[in-house]
Design a protein around this ligand. Structure first.
Ligand code: FE2
Length: 434
C-alpha cells in the first residue's frame, strides 16, 4: 500500500513539474501585454505574468531604444502584483500577475520598455505609442475570437493596419470563467503578443468588454463577479488594479480630446439597469456635443443572427440603453455575439435617421460564422410587420469571419469603417460624417 502511495506521489510530482512551464527554471516572464486604466494619451499599463513569489513589479522605459540595458533607461516605475486564487490549485497555472502603470507620458509618442525584475528576468525590449491629443487614430475591433489558427491570421491582418489599439467586444478566449480552462488564455495571450505587433514594431494595447464566455454562467453573475469572471478581472487591469479593489466591467476611455468610448456589460456580471445605466445616462449627457461617442458591448441591440423581438437579450439591451444612445445621438456602437458581419443604417428609435447611431458588428473575429437568420427574416414584409418595423435596420450583412478597421480623422471630422476577412480582403466599407 505504502509503495503504491509513494509511486502515486512520485508520478504526481513528475506530472506537476512537466506541466509547469516555469516550475523548473523558477523564473521568467510568461506574458506581457498592454491595457489602459486611465488616460490613453498620457498613461499606459503594462501587465505581465511571472512565476509566483519573485520580486517587485518593475518597468524601465524611455523615449529612445536602450536595448534592454537597465542602466540606460531614463525612467523606472514600480507597480504591484496579485494572484488569482482558483489558479493556485492547478499545476502550471500559478503565477503573479504584475500591473505597472506608467503615467505622465507625452501624447502621440513612442516609448521603449522592458518589464520584470532582477529575480524573474526581464522581457525583451518592446515598444508602444500613446494616443495623439487630437484623436486622429485608427483601431481594430471585433469579438467572439477563441484560439483557433484562423485567429492568428485575422490578428496578423489586423496588425498590418497599424492600429493604436484593439477593441475586443467580449467572448475572448472562450474559457467560460473556468480556472481549469486556463490554457485557453495562455494560447490567446500568445496569439495576441506574437501577432499584434504593428509593422513599425509597436505592441498593440487592448481594451476589452466582457462577454458571456468570460463568465461562469454567462449572464446574471451579479453576486460574485470576480469569482465568476476570474480571468477578465484578474488578467486585465482596466478599471482598478489588483483583485481586492472594485474592478468594474463598465467604464469609459477618452481617445484624445475628440472621442469618448463607453465599454459596457450586457448583463454578464453587471445588471443592464441600475448603476450601470445611471452612470451611462449621466456620462453621455455630460459629454460635449462635438465629441464623437462610441460604445462597445457584447450582445447586439440590432442582431443579424439571433432574435430582435422580446424576450431576447437584444430586446432587453435596447430597452435599457437605446433611449440614452438616441438622446445624445451616439455616433457608433460596436456589437458582437452573433458570429456574423453586419452594418446597420443609422438608427434612432429603431428606424433610419440621418443623425442616428451606426451599429457595427456582429462578433466573428475567429469563431465559425453563422447564418444571418434575423437578417433574412428582415427581408420578409410579414416578418417585418410582426416585429413592428417598417423596413430592415440592416444596411449590410454577411456570414464571414472578419474584424473591423476603424479610422478616425483628425479632430474627428469623419470615421471610415472597413470589414476585413481572414485573407485580408476588405469586403464592406462605410464613411460616417457626424
Ligand atoms: Fe457571446
Amino acid at each position: 500500500m505504502f509503495r503504491f502511495l509513494r509511486y502515486v506521489s512520485v508520478v504526481s510530482i513528475a506530472i506537476v513539474v512537466a506541466a509547469c512551464p516555469f516550475g523548473i527554471a523558477g523564473d521568467g516572464v510568461l506574458h506581457c501585454y498592454l491595457t489602459w486604466q486611465g488616460d490613453t494619451s498620457t498613461t499606459m499599463t503594462v501587465n505581465y505574468h511571472a512565476a509566483p513569489g519573485h520580486g517587485p513589479s518593475v518597468v524601465y522605459y524611455d523615449t529612445a531604444p536602450r536595448g534592454g540595458d537597465l542602466n540606460a533607461y531614463q525612467f523606472e516605475v514600480t507597480g504591484s502584483s496579485h494572484r488569482i486564487p482558483v489558479l493556485e490549485l492547478l499545476a502550471g497555472a500559478q503565477r503573479d500577475v504584475h500591473v505597472v502603470e506608467l503615467t505622465g507620458l507625452e501624447p502621440g509618442t513612442a516609448y521603449y520598455f522592458v518589464a520584470g525584475s532582477t529575480e524573474t528576468g526581464f522581457t525583451d525590449e518592446k515598444m508602444f505609442r500613446t494616443i495623439p491629443a487630437n484623436g486622429a487614430v485608427n483601431f481594430v475591433t471585433g469579438g467572439d475570437m477563441g484560439t483557433g489558427d484562423v485567429v492568428r491570421d485575422l490578428l496578423s491582418h489586423a496588425a498590418i493596419q497599424s492600429p493604436y489599439f484593439g477593441l475586443i467586444g467580449g467572448d475572448v478566449a472562450y474559457a467560460d470563467g473556468e480556472a481549469r480552462q486556463w490554457r485557453e488564455w495562455e494560447q490567446w495571450l500568445d496569439n495576441w503578443e506574437s501577432e499584434m505587433v504593428t509593422p513599425e514594431g509597436y505592441s498593440v494595447p487592448m481594451i476589452l468588454a466582457i462577454g458571456n464566455h468570460e463568465t461562469r454562467g454567462g449572464f446574471g453573475q451579479f453576486v460574485a463577479p470576480k469569482a465568476a469572471a476570474p480571468f477578465y478581472f484578474g488578467y486585465f487591469a482596466q478599471h482598478g488594479s489588483g483583485l481586492e479593489f472594485g474592478r468594474r466591467a463598465y467604464f469609459d476611455r477618452w481617445i484624445g480630446s475628440a472621442v469618448r468610448l463607453f465599454v459596457l456589460d450586457t448583463g454578464h456580471v453587471t445588471p443592464l439597469n441600475g448603476a450601470q445605466k445611471t452612470w451611462l445616462e449621466r456620462e453621455l449627457a455630460a459629454t460635449p456635443a462635438d465629441v464623437l461617442t462610441l460604445a462597445v458591448y457584447h450582445v447586439p441591440m440590432y442582431p443579424s443572427h439571433r432574435n430582435f423581438a422580446p424576450p431576447s437579450v437584444s430586446a432587453l439591451v435596447r430597452n435599457a440603453w437605446r433611449p440614452a444612445f438616441d438622446a445624445c445621438s451616439l455616433t457608433a456602437a460596436f456589437e458582437n455575439h452573433d458570429h456574423t458581419q453586419k452594418r446597420t443604417k443609422r438608427l434612432k428609435n429603431d428606424v433610419p435617421d440621418p443623425n442616428g447611431t451606426l451599429y457595427i458588428g456582429d462578433g466573428c473575429f475567429g469563431r465559425s460564422p453563422r447564418e444571418g437568420n434575423q437578417a433574412i427574416a428582415l427581408e420578409d414584409p410579414t416578418e417585418l410587420a410582426n416585429l413592428g418595423l417598417s423596413e430592415s435596420y440592416l444596411a449590410a450583412w454577411d456570414s464571414r469571419r472578419h474584424f473591423w478597421s476603424v479610422d478616425i480623422a483628425a479632430d474627428a471630422t469623419s470615421i471610415d469603417f472597413q470589414a476585413i476577412d481572414e485573407s485580408g480582403t476588405v469586403f464592406d466599407t462605410y464613411t460616417l460624417v457626424p
